[in-house]
Unconditional design. Structure first.
Length: 588
């Protein structure tokens, strides 16, 4: 991934940009080959002929990507980056000759609206402009580009020490074409900007490179103009290859954002927490009963889900979705996550704000009458609503954090009422959410199904890790939801989630299990699990939502904020277990 904190592109090992939405994360894609083929838009820049070896890596502390290609007779490095934008988005691509002489080719296929619109293409010096409707792309080049069968191509040689540069700039089609940019200057500036940001990181422990890479990913998925945090830059990468669980993640899930903010806060990045708090206050303004689980990056609520029939899907995994109908679901756990994150922000030094406290009061006022209602649960099941145990636990968290705030302030407000309600929820969960026969907490009241979300029980302080019910739940999940050493989020029973069975292993759940193992004193087991998970990252340290243990590959939208958050948090927890008392996820 390369990105400018307002959108992102995915670059393949073959040197092709196969996914890019402009001008922001949830805009239409101008390169959509990831979900189809080259005819749906891509930008290839790579050697002609057989490539003997490919090596990739980010420059330390940055999102500047170097891809080295070795061929018979030479080697080149292609550098790709998107600078944090000033006015309009740019992509810089620079080829540098490393050894010998390499014959290169670029193929540029621009297709707006997810591959459906072929733009008008005109020559602009050595480059081209591509225009259709509201969108316009300017592509600059050091070499002459020419048209060939609705594709813009060029072939050129690069010798040792020589550079050839390209730049792509998006702008509204009704606006004057922007001034050409210097790709080398763009790369230098982006490298400085990222390193200045990364220097704020306070974590210096084991696996530091993995933590910093994850934090950079989280920053890149934060929309700089609004403060909203998207779950992933992609849509419809399948949870099971060839399956139908293909969802659009280019939106701001309140839950994912709260986890992201916690990770950024505890690693020294308070400015992002401040921006997200302002985004939250704007997005949820109005009736707290209308709190959505996801919003567009600007806080827009209406996110209509539709299918894109002309895209065949990633490895024929259809349908391809744009938008997400889950925005209409009720998930009561988000109230707890919002309350907890605002609580953690205050503990870590983010100054209090009256509007934020008023928001918390309004959310709890609504939750007083809503907590005992069925909901759709953390996993956005598309079956009927139920009394999901995790949702009730997080309702307890919401009132617990409200109580803590008032206690720290010396009392006042509805303190006693919230205390009583907190205790009532706790008693109900322990009575109805625990299955005596299984010796474990279960997915919903009265069920005999397990759910990995219940690994959160000790992490949020609902029960201590020494409690037999917590240990029984952890043991039952290890015995029944694990495959090849990784944790499945739940048993995909169509009667519960309303979809055909089958998905990968949801990776955050395995990180939560490692956190539990630390708390229970099983540090060596936690370390082994963490090292297994770190080994699933791709060659540049990125990781997706899920993992297919049979195909032995990552699946799901990529890179996934939730997974990178879990990675960063678990690394801190496991590394601390070897140097002092374990303090997992929540510092109290």
């Amino acid at each position: 991934m390369i990105g400018d904190c307002q959108t992102a592109a995915l670059v393949s090992r073959a040197g092709s940009i196969d996914w890019l939405c402009l001008p922001r994360f949830d805009s239409g894609a101008c390169f959509a080959a990831l979900l189809g083929g080259p005819e749906h838009g891509r930008w290839l820049l790579a050697p002609m002929g057989e490539v003997r070896r490919v090596e990739r890596g980010y420059r330390d502390g940055t999102l500047v990507l170097d891809t080295s290609f070795q061929v018979d007779g030479g080697a080149v490095t292609v550098t790709d980056c998107m600078p944090v934008r000033d006015r309009v988005p740019h992509i810089a691509r620079v080829v540098r000759g490393v050894r010998g002489r390499v014959h290169m080719r670029t193929e540029l296929v621009v297709r707006f609206d997810y591959g459906s619109i072929v733009p008008w293409v005109r020559r602009a010096g050595n480059g081209i402009t591509a225009i259709a409707g509201p969108d316009s792309l300017l592509v600059q080049s050091d070499v002459q580009l020419r048209g060939q069968n609705f594709t813009t191509v060029a072939e050129f040689d690069v010798a040792e020490g020589q550079t050839v540069s390209f730049a792509l700039t998006w702008h509204p089609s009704h606006v004057k074409t922007p001034t050409p940019v210097d790709p080398l200057a763009i790369i230098d500036g982006a490298e400085r900007q990222w390193r200045q940001w990364a220097a704020q990181c306070t974590y210096q422990g084991e696996w530091c490179d993995h933590v910093l890479r994850s934090l950079i990913v989280l920053k890149a998925l934060t929309h700089a103009m609004t403060g909203g945090i998207v779950a992933a830059p992609t849509t419809s990468l399948p949870e099971a290859l060839g399956g139908v669980r293909n969802w659009d993640y280019r939106y701001c899930w309140v839950r994912d954002a709260t986890f992201t903010l916690f990770s950024l806060i505890q690693n020294g990045f308070l400015e992002e927490a401040r921006a997200w708090r302002e985004w939250l206050l704007r997005a949820v303004a109005g009736d707290p009963s209308k709190l959505q689980i996801l919003y567009a990056v600007d806080g827009e609520r209406r996110i209509i889900e539709q299918e894109i029939p002309w895209l065949p899907g990633y490895e024929r995994s259809a349908p391809v979705h744009v938008g997400n109908a889950a925005c209409a679901q009720r998930q009561l756990d988000v109230y707890g996550e919002v309350m907890d994150t605002l609580h953690q922000a205050k503990l870590h030094g983010l100054e209090s704000e009256e509007a934020a406290w008023r928001l918390r009061c309004k959310l709890l006022e609504f939750l007083e009458t809503a907590w005992n209602q069925p909901d759709d649960g953390i996993w956005e099941v598309r079956g009927r609503s139920r009394h999901f145990t995790h949702s009730k636990v997080m309702a307890w968290v919401a009132f617990d954090r409200g109580v803590r705030h008032l206690e720290a302030a010396g009392g006042g407000g509805p303190l006693e009422r919230w205390r009583a309600l907190r205790d009532r929820i706790h008693e109900e969960v322990c009575r109805h959410g625990y299955n005596q026969r299984l010796g474990a907490f279960v997915q919903y009241y009265g069920a005999d199904l397990l759910d990995a979300s219940l690994l959160m029980i000790p992490l949020v302080g609902f029960l201590p890790p020494s409690d037999p019910r917590v240990q029984g739940t952890c043991r039952a999940i290890e015995e029944n939801l694990m495959e090849d050493g990784l944790v499945r989020r739940y048993q995909t029973v169509s009667a519960v989630d309303g979809l055909p069975e089958g998905e990968g292993m949801f990776l955050p759940c395995s990180f939560w299990l490692a956190d539990n193992l630390v708390l229970m004193g099983r540090e060596d087991d936690a370390r082994r699990l963490l090292e297994r998970l770190l080994g699933l990252c791709n060659d540049v340290g990125l990781i997706s939502e899920e993992y297919d243990v049979k195909a032995r590959r990552l699946v799901g939208n990529f890179p996934q904020a939730f997974t990178h958050v879990s990675l960063a948090n678990t690394v801190r927890n496991v590394s601390r277990a070897y140097v002092g008392p374990a303090r997992v996820r929540r510092e109290r």
